[in-house]
Design a protein around this ligand. Structure first.
Ligand code: ZN
Length: 569
């Protein structure tokens, strides 16, 4: 319909392709002038007329000669003839007709144009023909489509909100991270403020794991080809791995996963049933190949640090371990301010390794873990990996988007390939159960989600700078410097801004940098030994003593609360 409207409004326009996207559609076109959002009302009105006319979409299969004739007749020769030539000999050539418009298109389509309920054009951007920068630059017009007017409006609101929160934009504005052209795509640089937040996340993560009965591991970044041969990665995962390097005539690969290293530590000594369960976690940095065209900010990268863990246990322990893992994950997500979690349980596919009885037991343990935690879940029958059933958790963010995050994945394959055993109470050797677990996913992706969830306004416990100390004039700068030092020594992340700018401008700067608290020291505060406290979200909290202020900050930070705990005084 977009293409039909464009042809009616802009004679001579040349159409390339126009597929559906996850959220709507686009069409690539070439025209003698630049199309802009100012053209959208006219295009949209023409599309509405096509909807109102309720044309049927008619599928027409034609011969190659007929197809060429149709394209020449409709004047679409520039790109469509080449697209026609792409269709291999012997494959059907399909056109769709809709009113007076006909387009080379694989389909399928709706029944009639009247079935379209709600759509809107959203943007226009440059796009190289066939995605190749040596080719002509086309104009790509994007739109969204939804099943109803209300659904479209709520989607557009979400889109607008999402653009405001885009982690790439906020990452730049708040100076959190970057990708450097000189280094390469998909490789993240954490700037001081982002690194501060990461350090807080990591410290909390480690502490939670120790409390949760895990041990931590550190493992190398590279391993010999033989290791990856045994693990199966070279057979099944090679396209995600980078080319090997040669050291002493042996090929080494940079790790795409941490599992084989954890398995080596398991194998480093004899294990008895009394040693199990073993819960081993690692913030392990891995590298995986992603096409440079799909890398995206922090969400899709080539190098990242997984918050990985592997659990080795006996058959008797798997139910308890599965439940523990799910409970542990939920607690972590809640601490980071994500309360809404849904689960997906993927079961045995047709082609699978491992005994059916083990699959059944593992699947039942995952299901019972979900029930025990009262988590709503959906079963994906046959959707599991060939090596074991799994649970995926999705969390909902502040603007209602769902993010796939935690995975709890059983593995019947690696224990087999590496011949992992433990000595049972019967004195015989048995195969342990192995579970892979990534909780936050990766620190990079999690940071992206976190930035967008909080729109860059991190709660006190995560904020890179928690308090900005602001003397009203130069006269108070000594007192303010003392306050800054006192807060810093008490473990508060703080900075003194004693620049010559007016106090109002400095408060505005701190507000723009989304700093949770501002401690303003004027003549009266300096005299009384107090501080005028301003909260990012609640405004002026009035004067308080340094002790009161410090106690308030510590209480709020220690509680890891997502919202300020203090009321206006
Ligand atoms: Zn693993």
């Amino acid at each position: 319909m977009l293409a039909a409207a464009l042809c009616r409004l802009f004679p001579g326009i040349q159409l390339d392709i126009g597929p559906a996207t996850e959220t709507g559609f686009y069409y690539d076109v070439d025209y003698s002038r630049k199309l802009t959002p100012d053209d959208f009302p006219a295009i949209q009105a023409e599309m509405e007329r096509i909807v109102a006319a309720d044309y049927p979409f008619e599928r027409v299969e034609v011969s190659r000669g007929e197809a060429e004739r149709l394209l020449r007749e409709s004047g679409q020769t520039r790109f469509k003839l080449e697209r026609l030539a792409d269709i291999p000999e012997g494959e059907p050539i399909i056109f769709y007709r809709c009113g007076d418009f006909i387009d080379l298109c694989r389909g399928p389509h709706l029944r009639r144009t009247g079935d379209v309920k709600a759509f809107q054009l959203t943007s226009v951007a440059g796009s190289y023909y066939r995605g190749d920068e040596r080719n002509v630059m086309l104009q790509r017009i994007y739109g969204v489509a939804r099943e109803s007017r209300e659904a479209l409006e709520s989607w557009l609101r979400q889109l607008e909100e999402a653009q405001k929160r885009d982690h790439r934009k906020l990452g730049r504005e708040l100076d959190l991270f970057s990708v450097q052209e000189a280094v390469g795509p998909g490789l993240i640089h954490w700037h001081p403020k982002g690194a501060r937040i990461r350090a807080v996340i990591e410290a909390f993560w480690r502490e939670a794991h120790f409390r949760g009965g895990y041990d931590l591991l550190y493992t190398p970044h590279i391993g010999q080809a033989g290791l990856w041969q045994t693990s199966g990665h070279l057979d099944f995962y090679r396209e995600n791995m980078y080319a090997p390097m040669t050291i002493d005539e042996t090929a080494y690969y940079v790790k795409p996963m941490n599992c084989p290293f954890h398995v080596q530590i398991y194998k480093s000594k004899k294990r008895s049933y009394r040693d199990l369960p073993l819960r081993w976690a690692e913030l392990g940095t891995v590298y995986r190949y992603e096409d440079s065209g799909v890398v995206h900010g922090l969400l899709r990268v080539r190098g990242f640090t997984q918050d990985d863990a592997h659990i080795f246990c006996t058959p008797e322990q798997i139910e308890e371990e599965a439940a523990r893992t799910v409970r542990f994950a939920l607690n972590i997500w809640r601490t980071f301010g994500f309360d809404e979690v849904t689960a997906y349980l993927s079961t045995r596919p047709a082609k699978a390794v491992g005994e059916p009885a083990r699959w059944e037991q593992a699947t039942a343990s995952l299901e019972s873990a979900l029930c025990r935690e009262g988590l709503p879940y959906r079963r994906d029958e046959g959707g599991g990996a060939f090596y074991g059933p799994k649970i995926d958790l999705k969390v909902r963010d502040a603007i209602g988007r769902e993010w796939q995050t935690t995975t709890v994945q059983f593995d019947f394959n690696l224990p087999e390939r590496f011949d992992l055993v433990f000595t049972g109470a019967d004195g015989r050797e048995h195969r342990p159960y192995m579970v892979h677990r990534a909780l936050l996913g990766s620190l990079e992706r999690f940071f992206g989600i976190l930035i967008e969830h909080y729109a860059g306004a991190f709660p006190l416990w995560l904020a890179p700078e928690q308090v900005r100390v602001l003397p009203v004039s130069e006269k108070q700068s000594g007192v303010a410097a003392d306050l800054e030092r006192r807060l810093r020594e008490a473990g508060i992340r703080t900075r003194l801004d004693a620049s010559a700018e007016k106090i109002g401008a400095r408060i505005r700067d701190a507000q723009l940098e989304k700093i949770p608290y501002m401690a303003v020291v004027g003549a009266r505060e300096a005299l009384q030994g107090t501080v005028a406290v301003r909260c990012r979200t609640r405004g002026d909290l009035g004067p308080m003593s340094t002790e009161q202020f410090l106690a308030m900050l510590q209480e709020e930070a220690e509680s890891r609360s997502a919202v300020p705990r203090v009321a206006k005084r």
